[in-house]
Design a protein around this ligand. Sequence first.
Ligand code: PLP
Length: 348
Amino acid sequence: MEARETLANVLGGPPEAWVFTSGGTEADNLAVLGVAMAQQQQDPMRKHIVVSAIEHSAVRNPARWLAQQGWQVTFLPVNGEGVVSVDDVAAALTPHTALVSVMHANNEVGSIQPIAEIAAMLRARGGEVPFHTDAVQTVGKLPVHVADLGVDYLSLSAHKFYGPKGVGALYVRPGALAPQPLFYGGGHEAGLRAGTENVAGIVGLAAALKLAIDGLPEESARLRQLQAQWLDQLPRRVPVAQCNGPSQPMQRVPGNLNFSFPPIEGESLVLSLDLKGIAVSSGSACHSGKIDPSHVLLAMGKSTQVARSTVRFSLGKHTRPADLDRVLDVLPGIVERLGGRQRMATSF
Ligand code: PLP
């Protein structure tokens, strides 16, 4: 199929190494749960996995589920900028480690992880521990090649590079342990993912990938320049703003910006900015009516209050320099008003 060849040409591997899925979540689940189950069949003693503490819930929750099933799960710490250390990965390995999974770049704070270095360390130790990376945030935004990264499995999702929602893919390196399928049915996708393929979605994924890659050097340079301006100017205009994640734009995924405005609630900022026509997301996840502070920010050593006061600005292909001017026009007033209200609320 042409789409599979596009993935192979752009991201590496032979076309048959690419398994189409319903998105990044399914690709991550297939890698984590599928490899865990395949390892179990070969050696029931191999019941340990290593994941970073800042993974997206598509990796984090399968890992937690394995923990409920009696697996040992190591959640790797990160430094204050949200980056995993290769030494910590090495120290976490045991003779029973079945999989290491570390995302290529974090979705909240944009921190790029040392994936090629982790892969090299694992190879130097005999290459017995398979390595997965969730590259949902980097494919289409940074140059990604499975051989350069040295990974066994890599997840991607089309809607992160302006493709259709509900389609993604998992790379399975030829020769790597094949994940146990999550669905049983026909022999689609080399037996790894039963179910008639979403052909329209897959064609859209490949077309969007081509478009993203064609303009990638110019677009990522443009986004990095915008990002640098925001990183420089926003804290000057709003002194309470604290930048989360790497301070160097080259160490974060192009277009990602994450700021805390303590003591203001991130949710209040989201609503106030929305009223001014500016869409941002809060750094917290809302589960069953209760706002949980971001596990990523907590893992980076931020306090609960700082984590709750966080918003993420995502710059994309439609973002222009004037958008920063607009944010800088309205944000100081909003922060002043909400901060005053917060001070009043806490003084009673
Ligand atoms: N992994 C990361 C890092 C993500 O940012 C996302 C989505 O935001 C996913 C996985 C899930 O991808 P999908 O929405 O295609 O299921």
